[in-house]
Design a protein around this ligand. Structure first.
Ligand SMILES: Cc1ncc(COP(=O)(O)O)c(C=O)c1O
Length: 481
C-alpha cells in the first residue's frame, strides 16, 4: 500500500490534554481498569474557555452572558466546571435541566431552549429560567402554566428565524425552529395578552452554519425585532445569538489544504483512493470532471471560537451603517451567547484500544478498535482528524482504516484512511482528541449490547494530574482549589 505521510491530519492538542496524553502507560492502566472506549473530560478548561469569550465582550465593551449549550456533552464534571465560574447553561430538555439544577445552578443562570414539552416548561418556569420560546403556541402553553400554578412572571425570549436581507440577497437557510421574522407580531400579540405572566427579555436566533454573513443578517434582524418590540410598549433588554462559533481541530493548515485537494484528485481517479471505496465526502467524478461540494466541517479554521464572535461583532451592518457591536452598545442591549462546541474546545478526548490489525486481499490495513462510530462520532459531524497513536515508538508511517466493534458493514470510525506515525499493534491506544463537543456521548448507545464509554474527569494536581470518575468530580478538586 502506498503511504503518504503528507496526508496526515494531525489534531491540535494543548493544555492539560497534552500532559495527559504524554503518559500513555497510565492511560493504558486506566483503560485496562475502566474499559475501552474511555472518555476523558477536562472540567477546568471550561472556565478558561469561557474567559476567552468574556474577553471578547470586554474588548467590545458589551455586557451579557454566556450559556454553555449542555447538549454538546452529558458529563456532570463539565457542568460542575461551569457552575464554579460565571457562565449559565442552555438546557434543551427536562433531563438537562434536572442535571444542571443538581450541579448547583440556580434558575437565574439558565436558559431553556429547543422543543419543550409541558414538564420541561413547568420546571423551567418554576425555577425562574429564561424560556427561549420556539413558537407562539409554546408561549401560550407557558402562560397557561404560570396562571394555573400561580407562578411569578417568567422571562421569555422569542426565537426568530427566516430573516430577510435588504439589498444583496443573502441566503438565510430555512429552519424548523422559531417564529418567522415576518410573523413576530403574532408572538408579540400573545405576549401583550399575557403581560402579567410573561416578561419579554428579548429575541434570539441560533443558526447551524459557519457563515458569518448569514449570522450578521440574523443579528441585524434581531436588532430590528427589538425595535419593533419597543414600539409595541415592551422593554426587552437582551439579544441571544445562540452558538455555532466553532473550533479549530487541526494543528496544520498546509496538511488540511493538501488533504482536501488530494481528495478531489483521488475522487477523479488520478491517485490511489484515500477513503473506503473512494468515498468522496460529497465530491464525485462525472466524466472526468469533479462535481458536487465537499460536505465536511472546515476542520482547520483560523477564525473559530472567540475570534469568530469578535469577527461577527465587528461586521458592518450595511443597512444600519455601523458595526454590530456598536449597534448593541448604542442600544444598551445585553448580548447572550450559547456556545456548545466552542466552549468544550480541548475539554476532552476518547481513548480506544486497538484489538486487531488485518490486511485485506486488496492490501488495505484494517485496524479494529474496542469502540465504534457512535462512541466517537466525529465522522458523523464530518470532522476529519487523525487520532494520536500511543505509545510513541519509532517506525515508518502507516495508512490504515479504523473499524469499530459493531457487526455492521459501515461501522468505520472514519471512512478515510488515517496515517499513523507507525503501524499500530493490538494493545496500543488511539486517543481521539477534542471529542468533548458532540463526539463522545451525543450518539453513544448500547447497540449490540456493546458497552458505552465510562467518563473520567482529569484535573491538575500536585504539579501533575489526577483523575476521578465523572460523577465524583466537584469544583475544588486538585491543586487549583
Ligand atoms: C439553540 C441552540 N443554542 C446553541 C447551540 C450550540 O451550538 P454549537 O455547539 O454549535 O455552539 C445549539 C446547537 O444545536 C442550539 O440548538
Amino acid at each position: 500500500m502506498r503511504v503518504d505521510p503528507e496526508l496526515m491530519l494531525e489534531p491540535l492538542v494543548d493544555g492539560l490534554l497534552s500532559d495527559v496524553l504524554a503518559d500513555p502507560e497510565r492511560l493504558s492502566v486506566m483503560v485496562e481498569a475502566l474499559g475501552s472506549p474511555l472518555n476523558l473530560v477536562v472540567p477546568e478548561r471550561m472556565a478558561a474557555n469561557a474567559e476567552t469569550y468574556r474577553d471578547v465582550f470586554r474588548r467590545n465593551r458589551l455586557s451579557g452572558r454566556t450559556y454553555f449549550a449542555h447538549k454538546a456533552n452529558r458529563s456532570s464534571a463539565l457542568v460542575r466546571g461551569v457552575v464554579a465560574g460565571q457562565c449559565g447553561v442552555d438546557v434543551a430538555s427536562l433531563g438537562e435541566l434536572r442535571h444542571v439544577l443538581a450541579a448547583g445552578f440556580t434558575g437565574d443562570r439558565l436558559m431553556a431552549t429547543g422543543p419543550k414539552d409541558a414538564e420541561f416548561l413547568w420546571l423551567a418556569a418554576r425555577v425562574g429560567a429564561v424560556v427561549n420560546a420556539d413558537s407562539p403556541a409554546e408561549l401560550a402553553e407557558l402562560a397557561d402554566i404560570v396562571a394555573r400554578f400561580e407562578m411569578p412572571p417568567v422571562p421569555v425570549m422569542i426565537r426568530i428565524s427566516g430573516f430577510d436581507s435588504a439589498g444583496v440577497p443573502i441566503l438565510s437557510r430555512p429552519s424548523r425552529f422559531g417564529v418567522h421574522a415576518r410573523e413576530l407580531d403574532v408572538a408579540l400579540d400573545l405576549l401583550d395578552r399575557h403581560r402579567d405572566r410573561l416578561r419579554l427579555r428579548g429575541v434570539s436566533y441560533h443558526l447551524d452554519t459557519t457563515g458569518v454573513e448569514e449570522k450578521a443578517l440574523a443579528l441585524e434582524g434581531c436588532l430590528l425585532a427589538m425595535h419593533r418590540a419597543l414600539e409595541r410598549g415592551f422593554a426587552p433588554t437582551a439579544i441571544d445569538i445562540g452558538g455555532g462559533f466553532g473550533v479549530n481541530y487541526l494543528a496544520d493548515r498546509d496538511q488540511w489544504e493538501r488533504y482536501t485537494t488530494e481528495l478531489g484528485t483521488a475522487v477523479l481517479g488520478r491517485r490511489p483512493p484515500m477513503t473506503w471505496q473512494n468515498h468522496g465526502y460529497g465530491l464525485r467524478s462525472e466524466a472526468g470532471t469533479l462535481r458536487g461540494t465537499l460536505g465536511v466541517y472546515p476542520a482547520y479554521r483560523e477564525v473559530a471560537g472567540p475570534r469568530y464572535l469578535d469577527e461577527l461583532l465587528s461586521w458592518e451592518s450595511p443597512s444600519l451603517g455601523r458595526s454590530l457591536a456598536v449597534l448593541l452598545l448604542e442600544n444598551m442591549y445585553e448580548l447572550y451567547i450559547e456556545p456548545g462546541r466552542g466552549l468544550t474546545d480541548q475539554c476532552g478526548a476518547t481513548l480506544a484500544r486497538v484489538v486487531e490489525v488485518r490486511t485485506t486481499h486488496t492490501g488495505d490495513t484494517l485496524v479494529r478498535v474496542a469502540a465504534n462510530s457512535r462512541d466517537i462520532s466525529a465522522e458523523d459531524h464530518a470532522v476529519l482528524m487523525d487520532p494520536v497513536l500511543l505509545p510513541e515508538r519509532p517506525g515508518a508511517p502507516a495508512s490504515v482504516y479504523l473499524t469499530g466493534n459493531l457487526c455492521l458493514e459501515d461501522d468505520f470510525l472514519t471512512r478515510r484512511q488515517v496515517t499513523l506515525p507507525r503501524p499500530p499493534v493490538p494493545g496500543d491506544l488511539l486517543a481521539f482528541v477534542n471529542t468533548a463537543g458532540y463526539f463522545m456521548d451525543f450518539a453513544a448507545d448500547h447497540a449490540l449490547m456493546q458497552p458505552i464509554a465510562r467518563t473520567v474527569a482529569v484535573y491538575r494536581d500536585a504539579g501533575g494530574w489526577s483523575w476521578c470518575l465523572d460523577e465524583q468530580y466537584w469544583p475544588g478538586k486538585g491543586s487549583s482549589s
